[in-house]
Design a protein around this ligand. Structure first.
Ligand code: FE2
Length: 279
């Protein structure tokens, strides 16, 4: 059985103090959005520094907007680079989507058209980001509700971007489940077509089924059994990497969050045996 722990949790102001002192919640790392902490001073900066002394930090950004048609926000990427260096962050992930256009920040993550011209545009932007960061960007398969002007499939689109840019992949297992349900495809078959050798980070999360045909990716509920089952299948296909439990709303008691981390830990210890743990 592997002794190494791989599971982490988001560092949130809602339970920052408890996380620093807690005997209950025992993640092996914390994830945070650099946008929420860059330039922070005073009490919260001290809390962040305390947490970063106790736990390794990964970053999951919100506003890089890698798919945007606008020019890349270079000063922002340079701020992120400084932050990553300061907290020795090895994984900086973002969404394979866009969240701003013509300077209007949109409140949701928009899908990028699955097209070759979009691939070329995004690959150039990823390379620009990686040059500044001096580390690979890690891009997440997002949940989407309407494919926009698709000329290729989602897995072809993701593979082209990953292979041509040299970036790594954040595999969000819940997003695979949600998209497979909403767009009526087979999740395991979809997984098998992704560039799984480039997976550097994994997300797990809960969602809300709002009708017989629609699931919304809310990060506000407990992870359901079929997503744990898909997780067990998925981690059998990738090398050991950090696994993050996303919980953004309806934050439960810490015992409940730890219960979900422990359930992932026990699945991981079955699948990622010590002898081939590469991480
Ligand atoms: Fe995610």
């Amino acid at each position: 059985m592997s002794e190494k722990k791989y599971t982490g949790i988001g560092f949130r102001k809602d339970f920052a103090e408890e996380l620093i002192d807690s005997e209950v919640l025992k993640p092996s790392f914390i994830e945070l959005a650099p946008e929420n902490w860059i330039g922070m001073g005073g009490y919260w900066k001290k809390q962040l520094d305390k947490a970063a002394e106790k736990y390794p930090v990964t970053c999951h950004g919100l506003s890089l907007s890698i798919g945007s048609p606008d020019a890349l926000d270079v000063p922002f990427v340079k701020q992120v680079k400084k932050f990553l260096d300061q907290y020795k962050v090895k994984v900086y992930s973002e969404h394979l989507s866009y969240s701003k256009c013509d300077n209007a920040h949109l409140y949701d993550l928009l899908p990028i058209p699955f097209r070759m011209d979009a691939v070329k545009h995004i690959v150039a932007r990823i390379k620009q980001v990686q040059d500044i960061l001096e580390q690979p960007l890690v891009l997440e398969n997002v949940s989407y509700y309407t494919p926009v002007a698709a000329e290729m499939t989602e897995h072809e689109f993701i593979s082209a971007i990953v292979n041509e840019s040299g970036c790594n992949m954040l595999l969000d297992v819940n997003n695979v489940y949600v998209n497979a349900f909403n767009h009526k495809y087979d999740a395991k078959n979809f997984l098998s077509k992704l560039p799984l050798n480039k997976v550097a980070y994994i997300h797990m999360a809960g969602h809300e089924q709002v009708s017989d045909t629609l699931i919304i990716d809310t990060h506000g509920q407990a992870v359901i059994d079929p997503v744990f089952e898909l997780f067990e299948h998925a981690i059998g296909l990738v090398k050991p990497v950090p696994v993050l439990l996303e919980r953004d709303f309806n934050i439960p008691e810490l015992e409940e969050l730890q219960g979900e981390l422990s359930r992932m830990d026990s699945i991981i210890s079955k699948i990622w045996k010590t002898e081939h743990a590469a991480a």
